[in-house]
Design a protein around this ligand. Structure first.
Ligand code: C5P
Length: 238
């Protein structure tokens, strides 16, 4: 998990994924499968990626009543992904149920997938959070509160922006994962993301792993972009 660069495979179907992965040859990547792809292809896309030796973050952001999340996680555990997630807003009991489901579904002798909680989406601004969710504390406080709740529930870490990762690490320890999307090079388009940061800033904040989507997947030369990103990310680690 540590220091990984996770590529968000935000594609419509398996053909697009195969086309994207072709130039990467036999490299073993850490990839993220989100709603767009999983809802089209289902478990077969996970089997396909695992057969090629890739590590997988299944980003379905579960958020439902505890019993439903527990049953869903029990099924997802059988896919043997490395990392799955839930929304912290679902509450502590829901997060505890997610872990129970994962433990129940993990094949004996295998390691259960790590489970992290989405705190506030990196596309959410403090203004939006106040006006739409009626959360009146600062965004930083809300994220840290959700992270503490996730840790109490037995989760392995959180999804947050690089802007909150430093405080989370300070409060909850360096073994608690901070996985951060919304990472951009200086010259990149921000798109719908709000709390963006560069790889160097992410490293300085001590994040565990970064998630990079469009900057690589929409590039005219994805392999070259990936290599440049790896250089920027690994370089920032020195
Ligand atoms: O293209 P971009 O680099 O913005 O992609 C970020 C990825 O991370 C997307 O797949 C998005 O769904 C995901 N994500 C996020 N913010 C979160 C959780 C996941 O952007 N809090």
């Amino acid at each position: 998990m540590d220091n990984s660069l996770i590529i968000a495979l935000d594609f419509a179907d398996a053909n697009e994924v195969s086309h994207f992965l072709k130039p990467f040859g036999s490299r073993h990547l850490f990839v993220k499968v989100g709603m767009e792809l999983y809802y089209q292809e289902g478990p077969s896309i996970i089997h396909m990626l695992k057969e090629s030796g890739h590590r997988i973050f299944l980003d379905l952001k579960l958020h439902d009543i505890p019993n439903t999340v527990k049953s869903a996680m029990k099924g997802l555990a059988r896919l043997n992904c490395d990392l799955v997630n839930v929304h912290a807003a679902g509450g502590k009991e829901m997060m505890q149920s997610a872990i129970e489901g994962l433990e129940a579904g993990t094949t004996s002798g295998m390691k259960r997938p790590a489970c992290i909680a989405v705190t506030q989406l990196t596309s959410t601004s403090e203004e939006q959070m106040g006006q739409e969710q009626l959360i009146k504390v600062s965004l930083q406080e809300s994220v840290i509160h959700y992270a503490s709740l996730a840790k109490e529930a037995g989760l392995d870490g959180v999804v947050c922006s690089a802007w909150e990762a430093g405080s989370i690490r300070e409060k909850l320890g360096k073994d608690f994962y901070t996985v951060t999307p919304g990472i951009r090079m200086e010259a990149d388009a921000v798109g719908d993301q709000k709390r963006v940061a560069t790889p160097a800033f992410a490293r300085k904040s001590g994040v565990t792993s970064i998630v990079v989507g469009r900057s690589i997947t929409r590039s005219s030369d994805p392999l070259k972009s990936y290599q440049q990103w790896m250089e920027a990310w690994k370089g920032a680690q020195q």
